[in-house]
Design a protein around this ligand. Structure first.
Ligand code: SF4
Length: 421
């Protein structure tokens, strides 16, 4: 046996300026000592104020701590205050982020109510104009942020990288005695665009505590390389996300792979998962994935987690899969109410296991566990609470009875915590 204990856990968070994003009495801090935030973006036409407000409410109820909306036309900018009003009337105080490209300087100038209703502006330095206009229009957006006292995200994206900067850097590279690979020049251009734009914003009078940076790319290794350098070279709060992650398991796995490596190194203050929803699928999937990345890495807790075995030849039926899925759905559906009523419930673990090989052992480690009967086993499902076997369920109503046991446990354990707080 080694003389050194094996230690787990992630690196200390990189130090960054804390950026306060506010709406009404709601404050969401990004960076500093604040927890890593989960944010999302709507895919509605912002000019449709009602449809946009409904989707924002769904995202906020799923746990999105900020929601970004597209502000691309005068109609969209005019609708933003109405979206905000609708949300305020529904009691949804989530801060809104305006996503601007090409005409943001004009929209912020011509629609002061929009500039006011937004809590943060996203500015893409590659999409603010060409040549001399670029600097002027960028300055106009920063001046709007100063005037309305709003923080900004300076969000560089390699699909819309500042072409003048890239061309200049390509020329400089060609003049090197040993030119870099084109990929390295691209990384450098992304980082210089982000940091250079942030420093320009500071020169214009925006505080360092009003600036969040992002450098999004769509390749996992590219994202890791770029953010590791970005993290070393500045102390601005960082927004992490793999852009155009894609659909289904590919999008989830790619985002998880990239973000996990960076979060493990203490890099990242807020995350957004750019998942393409399945046709007709809910937009809230990106919030769930973001939360699950942070929760499975032990960085935050959002929803009780269900530990379930994968099943194998010992599993007699689909009962345990159905039970695991039902319980996970039930727990998530309760969270909008439980979050308020039962503080601490989000750290609870529930185990649903398919047979006695690992069932009782895993169940004992969870707050509540159930071990269903495997093939050839006695048709009984022992239930464990806080490590002790308390009951054995039998018959057709195992799922309902187990759900009731979970619900009673939550009220008993986390209701008490609230009463004594
Ligand atoms: S707990 Fe039992 S059913 Fe589940 S994977 Fe292990 S052996 Fe198979």
């Amino acid at each position: 046996m080694s003389n050194e204990p094996i230690l787990g856990g992630h690196a200390l968070r990189r130090k960054s300026h804390a950026v306060h994003v506010r709406w009404g009495g709601q404050l969401v801090t990004i960076g500093g000592d604040a927890p890593v935030r989960v944010q999302s973006m709507t895919n509605t036409d912002t000019a449709d104020a009602i449809g946009t407000a409904i989707q924002i409410k769904e995202l906020a109820q799923a746990g999105s701590e900020l929601v970004r909306i597209t502000v691309n036309t005068p109609e969209a900018a005019a609708a933003v205050p109405h979206v905000r009003d609708q949300l305020d009337r529904m009691g949804v105080m989530v801060p809104l982020v305006g996503d601007f490209h090409y005409n943001g300087h004009l929209l912020l100038r011509d629609h002061p109510a929009c500039a006011e209703a937004l809590s943060k502006y996203r500015i893409n330095p590659g999409n603010v104009g060409q040549g001399a206009k670029r600097d002027t229009q960028y300055a106009q957006m920063i001046e709007a942020a100063i005037k309305y006292d709003k923080p900004v995200r300076i969000g560089v994206n390699w699909g819309s990288l500042d072409q003048d900067l890239l061309a200049r850097m390509m020329d400089e590279n060609a003049a090197r005695s040993v030119p870099w690979e084109a990929q390295s020049v691209m990384y450098e251009a992304l980082i210089q665009s982000a940091i250079g734009s942030a420093e320009r914003a500071v020169e214009l009078g925006l505080g360092r505590d009003k600036i969040i940076l992002s450098c999004k790319v769509s390749g996992v290794q590219d994202l890791i390389a770029v953010y590791q350098q970005l993290a070393k070279r500045c102390d601005f709060a960082l927004h992490l996300g793999l852009t155009e992650a894609g659909m289904g398991s590919k999008g989830i796995v790619a985002s998880t792979a990239a973000l996990s490596v960076l979060l493990q190194q203490g890099i990242g203050d807020t995350i957004r998962i750019s998942l393409t929803p399945e046709p007709g699928g809910p937009r809230t999937g990106e919030v769930v994935v973001g939360q699950e990345i942070l929760q499975t890495m032990g960085l935050r807790s959002f929803t009780p987690m269900v530990i379930a075995c994968p099943g194998c030849g010992r599993t007699t039926s689909t009962l345990f899969q159905e039970l695991a899925s039902e319980i996970q759905g039930y727990l998530r559906a309760q969270m909008p109410v439980w979050r308020e009523a039962y503080p601490g419930v989000e750290t609870m673990n529930v185990a649903v296991m398919g047979c006695i090989v690992n069932g009782p052992g895993e169940s004992k480690h969870a707050n509540i566990g159930i071990s269903l009967p495997g093939s050839g086993e006695n048709p009984a499902a022992p239930v464990f609470i806080d490590g002790e076997k308390v009951k054995t369920l039998r018959g057709e109503r195992i799922a309902e009875e187990f759900q009731q046991i979970v619900s009673d446990y939550v009220a008993r354990k986390y209701g008490k915590a609230q009463a004594s707080a």
